[in-house]
Design a protein. Structure first.
Length: 491
């Protein structure tokens, strides 16, 4: 696509994403090494960064262009469909299709593709009037920021969780209130933030960091310094990311087929007196607005719509992988194996049904946005974190001891090649093909990458117990209670 001189960047290509990343000077601490640039070529990030670049390239592929983009209302240039404000069922369906195309590209293994937070920004900007309750400038700020991210096709991550130093105390009281990111002062141009937050997945290679509310705050003066929502570039002065060790070990796609492609970095975010301009702030010092950030704007529904598409793609992948495994070693005739496959199929069809119900029962909200129905989405977000835990368990059980001694690609090309071909063959596969399949099963069920995936899914929406409590509390059972009462009172 030819860019107009001086214009904003509509739907980026992978090369444009990599070029911008090469110019960023994000401060990253990883395994004792300090980076202030060069993230795109660092061994911990270079493979997953190029996977993300492939997602941007898909926006320009002839077979996906009309699904993944739509004309910008500002310039007419193609911009990502995840920014599209749904007004009609067709708009909502297109958003769902776009989510699934990107999710399929990573087999559902990437949890922070741009469409997740793009969906949040779309909903937040549509609810601009809600942000203006205390200051109309916040309404203007959220709309301007949404338009900036849309027109420049920026990749955003976010950080929500306070440090877990002492779970028996509110975060605002831990270490005298110094640990959790908080406002230390204000000046004529903005606020200054100090402290830390968890957990910025893809933070080291994202363009922007969204610092959004998470914990419920009381409406006291002590809570005001912790009540804010703002966005900053990931290379803002004073901002740094402490990244976990990578699960991409620099090996081939054959040896680590998932980890070498999809290992999204997770990071602690440290704010060392980071200055945030007022125009980058969306709410300040108002716990009530912070507590309603997602629910009062319906951002949660649109974010979960994307998540269900990703969960569906992931379940499809696990079903395909489990089926190949059973065929390869000839165990498909056993009843307990068939029951395990039925469990995965049931999960898949449940997700599909819930997603379809959410779209079919969508309604226009107070901001004139067609919004997917919350009950089916809420059901999916309560079910999948628990159901997913069974997937790696099933793969490990069916792979059994065959997963314990898997040669590497180097062995297939070395002196052991003939023995591998003879002794590691499967019912339907050569020795090399069986090793390739079993390395994928290992990476999906028993590797460090797999363990991180299971933990990530379990806590994706926060503490599952609290999520379940909120689910139950919000569910209207009155009609069913009345029916039982009427039955009890019948002659």
């Amino acid at each position: 696509m030819k860019r107009r001189k001086g214009s904003a960047l509509p739907a980026r290509t992978g090369a444009e994403f990599l070029d911008r990343l090469s110019r960023n000077r994000t401060h990253v601490e990883i395994q004792g090494e300090t980076l202030t640039g060069g993230v795109a070529d660092h061994p911990a990030f270079r493979n997953v960064v190029r996977t993300y670049a492939g997602l941007f390239d898909a926006q320009h592929a002839p077979e996906y262009r009309n699904i993944l983009t739509y004309p910008s209302p500002t310039t007419g240039d193609p911009v990502a469909t995840s920014f599209l404000i749904p007004r009609t069922p067709e708009d909502l369906a297109k958003r769902g299709q776009a989510f699934k195309v990107w999710a399929d590209a990573s087999q559902g293994m990437l949890g922070r593709t741009g469409d997740y937070l793009n969906s949040a920004l779309m909903a937040l900007a549509s609810a601009a009037d809600w942000f203006g309750q205390t200051d109309t400038s916040f309404s203007r700020n959220i709309v301007a920021y949404y338009e900036k991210v849309r027109e420049e096709d920026l990749l955003c991550t976010h950080t929500l969780i306070p440090p877990q130093a002492n779970r028996a105390q509110p975060a605002s009281q831990q270490a005298g209130g110094a640990l959790m990111a908080h406002i230390t002062r204000e000046d004529d141009n903005g606020i200054v933030v100090r402290g830390a937050r968890l957990l910025a997945t893809i933070g080291p290679f994202a363009d922007e960091l969204l610092v959004f509310p998470s914990t419920v705050l009381r409406g006291t003066a002590d809570d005001k310094p912790y009540s804010f929502a703002f966005a900053i570039p990931t290379d803002a002065p004073g901002l740094k990311f402490i990244a976990r060790e990578p699960f991409d070990y620099g090996r081939s796609h054959f040896d680590h087929p998932l980890g070498s492609r999809f290992d999204e970095s997770d990071a602690v975010v440290v704010f060392d007196d980071v200055h945030v301009p007022y125009e980058r702030c969306f709410t300040l010092g108002d716990p009530e607005l912070g507590n309603g950030f997602y629910t009062k704007t319906d951002a949660l529904q649109h974010m979960t719509h994307q998540v269900v598409a990703r969960s569906t793609a992931k379940t499809e992948f696990v079903l395909g992988l489990t089926t190949l495994l059973t065929e390869a070693i000839g165990i498909g005739q056993f009843q307990h194996v068939q029951a395990d496959l039925a469990e995965i199929i049931t999960t898949l069809e449940t997700l599909r049904a819930l997603n379809r119900a959410a779209q079919a029962d969508a309604a226009v909200n107070a901001y004139q946005v067609l919004t997917p129905a919350w009950p089916p989405l809420n059901t999916a977000r309560n079910l999948f974190p628990k159901l997913y835990q069974r997937f790696p368990e099933i793969l490990r059980k069916l792979g059994a001891s065959g997963l314990m001694a898997i040669p590497t690609e180097a062995d297939l090309n070395g002196p052991a090649a003939a023995d591998i071909d003879t002794y590691l063959q499967a019912a339907t596969l050569t020795g090399k093909e069986r090793v390739r399949l079993f390395r994928l099963v290992w990476d999906a069920s028993a590797s460090a990458f797999a363990s991180r995936q299971a933990l990530y899914e379990y806590y994706f929406f926060g503490d599952p117990v609290r999520t379940a409590i909120a689910y139950q509390a919000a569910y209207d059972t009155s009609a069913y209670v009345d029916r039982v009462r009427a039955f009890l009172g019948a002659d």
